[in-house]
Ligand binder design. Structure first.
Ligand code: SAH
Length: 224
């Protein structure tokens, strides 16, 4: 998979991809993440990528021209499956959407800032708009990192144990069961006996029941 993230604040997006699972996914050659600094492609004399809103009002608006230029340049290099704009009023990011996106080859994620992008970007240049929740962030960079993380970890080979993504919450509409590690007893608080029994079938059954119970208790909406 190849992901281009277009932003006017590249430093905000770099660190999530420089550590742990996302770093290893790139080192293994499973995914390439390319951060595109929009300011480098600004067309104005002062290298600005935003301007005042027509009609007045507080907040700057990201201009269409540098975004259009960059997207066109990227599109001349590869065929993109989706050109995503991070937006609080977009389709809500869910595990099911992450699963769908993990099957794609090439993605662009455009990060908004300030008041957002000129509406014509959304009308003409974007194929999909994704929100990470009903709250407003100051920029799309954290949302882009969340989307990319949720998607990349699902690609086969990224997690060392491939089955591990399948046993996470929301796959199969269930919440993950509780997990424990050493010591088996701490302050008198014990790990459930079954997990120490070595009896794999019983352990699987216990985990499944815990998943069901947790889902019923915490997220009954998932079972519908
Ligand atoms: N004026 C806009 C909010 C702009 S916030 C409105 O009221 O809808 C600045 C940028 O942050 C947005 O352009 C978007 O790219 C990003 N952003 C903010 N909240 C987000 C969310 N919940 N999900 C995804 N992106 C978000």
């Amino acid at each position: 998979m190849h992901i281009d993230i277009i932003t006017c604040l590249p430093r905000l997006i770099e660190s999530p991809f420089s550590d742990s699972i996302l770093k290893r996914a790139q080192a293994k050659g499973i995914v390439t993440v390319n951060v595109v600094d929009l300011r480098q492609y600004a067309t104005t004399k002062h290298k600005t990528t935003d301007d005042y809103a027509f009609g007045g009002g507080a907040g700057m608006v990201m201009m269409i021209e540098p975004i259009d230029n960059r997207i066109n340049h990227l599109k001349s290099q590869r065929v993109y499956d989706e050109i995503i704009y991070t937006s609080p009023d977009g389709e809500k990011l869910t595990q099911s959407l992450a699963n769908q996106l993990s099957l794609k080859q090439n993605l662009i994620i455009l990060c908004g800032h300030y008041k957002g992008v000129d509406e014509r970007v959304r009308e003409h240049l974007i194929t999909r708009e994704i929100s990470i929740g009903d709250y407003v962030l100051s920029g799309g960079e954290l949302a882009a990192a969340v989307i990319a993380d949720a998607v990349i970890r699902l690609i086969p080979g990224v997690l060392s144990d491939e089955t591990s993504a399948l046993s996470d919450s929301f796959q199969d509409h269930l919440i993950a069961p509780p997990v424990y590690t050493r010591p088996a007893e701490y302050n008198g608080w014990k790990v459930p006996d079954v997990l120490l029994s070595g009896h794999q079938a019983n352990i699987e059954e216990w985990r499944h029941n815990q998943s069901l119970e947790r889902t019923q208790k915490r997220r009954p909406d998932l079972l519908k």
